[in-house]
Design a protein around this ligand. Sequence first.
Ligand SMILES: Cc1cc2nc3c(=O)[nH]c(=O)nc-3n(C[C@H](O)[C@H](O)[C@H](O)COP(=O)(O)O)c2cc1C
Length: 205
Amino acid sequence: MFGPEDDVAVFACSHRRGGNSDAAAELVARGVREAGAGARIVRLRQYEVLPCLACRACASDALSRCVLAARDDAESLFDVLLRARAVVVASPIYFYGPPSRAKTLIDRGQRFWEARRKGDAWLAKTPDRRAFACFVAGQPTGNRLFDGARLTFKYFLENFGLPLTDPPLGLRGMDAAGDLLSDPEASRAVIELGHAAGRAARGDA
Ligand SMILES: Cc1cc2nc3c(=O)[nH]c(=O)nc-3n(C[C@H](O)[C@H](O)[C@H](O)COP(=O)(O)O)c2cc1C
């Protein structure tokens, strides 16, 4: 699914096809390629992810495995996070946080939190890389509009050796599907985020 030619994994997290997060993911991928790296867009709505059962089986398993591993696509998405040279999250804000589909995947990432806590060797050898985020929100105002999503993605991604670059790129007043693409300044900022991710993947930043 994810090859070495891909370099940067760009997660498009919206439930809406052709919306602002999809546009952001395309602009990021363009920026990554302009920076001389490869990009692969992963559209989360195309994957099935079951909710964490909170069974705590991963906490006592020697390899922190999940009892649902063979039943859905979560592990293939985690594999992308482990193998990418850099990761970008392009996500809408839903009720001050990530959309439910992304949050469901994040909750399933509990086994990586447990693996870090226990010092599992298979995870400890994963190299540190960098993650970036671009959030789109309908509201034009709100001091803390991106705080919930920023913290949720930060604590998810760091278990994969992917510290989230702070601050994220937060784009406000993006509600209708075409709002990002009709704003040249915001579009330029997203392409520049792609440049930064491409440079990080190449080890230039
Ligand atoms: C269920 C839901 C919850 C939302 N909650 C918020 C919110 O808390 N704050 C906000 O500014 N916009 C909110 N929005 C608006 C979206 O963030 C906005 O429409 C965004 O452009 C959607 O991204 P997309 O085009 O990638 O789907 C919400 C939209 C939906 C569908």
